[in-house]
Design a protein around this ligand. Structure first.
Ligand code: TAP
Length: 502
């Protein structure tokens, strides 16, 4: 195992971040910060420099078992008796603490994931706060209904109603692309609904989730309500999915792992929600406002270095404007400044890991070998850190690997189209169905495409905009279930019917 980098090499970090990464990070089980039962740790790496940031506890089966028992006990104890306004107050206090620690969280997120501090401050941290506050409001608004039943027994009267009750202990497994937002998106609705949680962050990016849970502890959540198991998916994640006390698994990650989790969870009929991969189309019609559509399409693919489940990876441009759009896209991609997440000049950071770097470069190679033409980019950037140039391909048709597979990097395939009414069929020619964007001034066309495209979210004249009040999830192999909005509460509650003879 490699050495932790000398803290002096992180001289530009804030003192509180330096203090945080100066310690070996632990698991949080039953209100205590503890080492893994095995004593094992793993390294978390700065993807800009390839240096080890710090060591993190490697949770295993035994730790998951302790966490599940603690979460089970908490669910049936103080937490189940806590009134909704008290749960709301805890969530609001937690959100305030996250806000007070915004700079630290943004620095940690950038250090661990590679994204720009500027973006983490502007997007990830505020989005996480907004999610926690949004779901704090839901704690007091979870309702059943009274129902007029028609039980056909003469002489008897009935009173019937439904209750929405928390599912119980939930296992929440998240990826590395938006580690803080994903943690907030999982924990906030589960806690608002009255569940207790065991959160498993991605091995590449555990740090912001650890800080988030420290802040939850400060906010005063009772012990056992939130548990954090850092470690590897095949071990800790798998143990969580198999554990008999865990009633539900909420997973965000790749379609391959999602399918595996779904199968394992079915053995004990756990509730499962899956937010998986995507291959989202961006459609630019010939009447679009190109001053907005071109930077919009560039942002759709290059935001977060293309590591976004809803990234606009397949661009379809109406034939008469194809060359103009490509010229604009190449100009933006070619002038993007790549660099470390903490440098104020950087416009794009590195990919998250060595594995992801090799994977994305492998896809670029594959695109070339299948006859794709690289219009811009197409290589590694620099010789240190996991940087990949923003890359645009043309001549990658529907049969090509780049058109069909999720790359999860800054790699776009661009194609032209002729018939506005046929484009929905091309956009839908994928196993995925997470999102799409349509750029047009033609209102009827926008509405027609919004109806026809098979995706959980369709944006018109924008991309990547997400709000907690709008359900989010996928059609087809992009997932099962919807997070956010009231749907997010439904994921963590069961409906009970009560029929009373009166
Ligand atoms: P995955 O490799 O699927 O990992 C996601 C999480 O699952 C990680 O915490 C991972 O642990 C864990 N895991 C791996 N194997 C497991 C197993 N056998 N049992 C239980 N847990 C297991 O995805 P990733 O590479 O981190 O993230 C990229 C993918 O996530 C992309 O496909 C992307 O589209 C998708 N994504 C989807 C969305 C939505 S909302 N649909 C949002 C973001 C990302 P370790 O990493 O520790 O091994």
């Amino acid at each position: 195992m490699s050495q932790v980098t000398d803290i002096r090499e992180f001289a530009d970090l804030s003192p509180n971040v330096r203090e945080f990464i100066g310690r070996t990070q632990k698991l949080y089980i039953d209100g205590q910060w503890v080492a893994a039962a095995s004593g094992k740790t793993f390294d978390t790496i700065d993807p800009s420099t390839e240096q080890v940031i710090c060591k993190v506890a490697e949770g295993g089966r035994e730790d998951v078992d302790r966490a599940a028992k603690a979460a089970h006990k908490a669910f049936h104890g103080e937490w189940s008796r806590m009134i909704p306004t008290a749960r709301e107050a805890l969530l609001l206090k937690w959100a305030d603490l996250v806000e007070a620690n915004a700079d630290m969280l943004a620095e940690l997120e950038s250090l661990d994931n590679g994204k720009l501090v500027m973006f983490a401050k502007m997007i990830d941290v505020p989005a996480s706060i907004q999610l926690i506050r949004y779901y704090a409001g839901w704690a007091t608004k979870i309702e059943g209904a009274t129902t007029n039943v028609s039980v056909p027994i003469p002489g008897m009267e009935f009173h019937a109603y439904t209750l929405r009750q928390p599912v119980g202990v939930v296992g929440q497994i998240i990826p590395w692309n938006f580690p803080l937002v994903m943690a907030a998106l999982k924990l906030a609705p589960a806690l608002a609904a009255g569940c207790t949680s065991i959160l498993k962050p991605a091995e590449q990016t555990p740090l912001s989730a650890i800080r988030l849970v420290e802040l939850a502890e400060q906010a005063g959540f009772p012990k056992g309500v939130i548990n954090l198991i850092t470690g590897f998916g095949e071990v800790a994640g798998q143990a969580l999915v198999e554990h008999p006390l865990v009633r539900k698994i909420a997973f965000t990650g790749s379609t391959v792992v999602g399918k595996h989790i779904g199968k394992v969870a079915m053995d004990s009929l756990k509730r499962v929600s899956l937010e998986l991969g995507g291959k989202s189309p961006v459609i630019i019609a010939k009447d679009a406002n190109l001053d907005e559509a071109i930077p919009g399409a560039a942002n759709a693919i290059f935001f977060n270095h293309g590591q976004v489940c809803v990234a606009g990876t397949r661009l379809f441009v109406e034939e008469p404007i194809f060359d103009d759009v490509m010229g604009g896209m190449m100009q933006i991609a070619g002038s993007m400044k790549l660099g470390g997440g903490r440098s104020p000049e950087s416009q794009m950071g590195p990919l998250v890991s060595k594995e992801q770097h090799e994977r994305v470069l492998g896809y670029i190679q594959k695109g070339r070998s299948e006859g794709g033409e690289v219009l811009t980019g197409g290589s590694r950037h620099g010789d240190k850190g996991y940087f990949v140039q923003p890359t645009i391909f043309k001549n990658c048709g529907p049969a090509s690997t780049l058109y069909r597979e999720e790359i999860f990097g800054p790699v776009l395939v661009a194609n032209s189209y002729k018939d506005a009414d046929e484009i929905a069929a091309q956009a839908n020619d994928t196993i995925y169905g997470l999102a799409a964007s349509v750029w047009t001034q033609n209102l009827s066309l926008a509405h027609r495409l919004a109806r026809r495209i098979e995706a959980g979210t369709v944006w018109v004249n924008c991309h990547h905009l997400i709000d907690p009040a709008l359900p989010f999830g996928g059609f087809k192999q992009s997932g099962i279930g919807r997070e956010q909005a009231a749907d997010g509460i439904e994921l963590y509650t069961e409906t009970k019917s009560v029929l009373m003879r009166i």
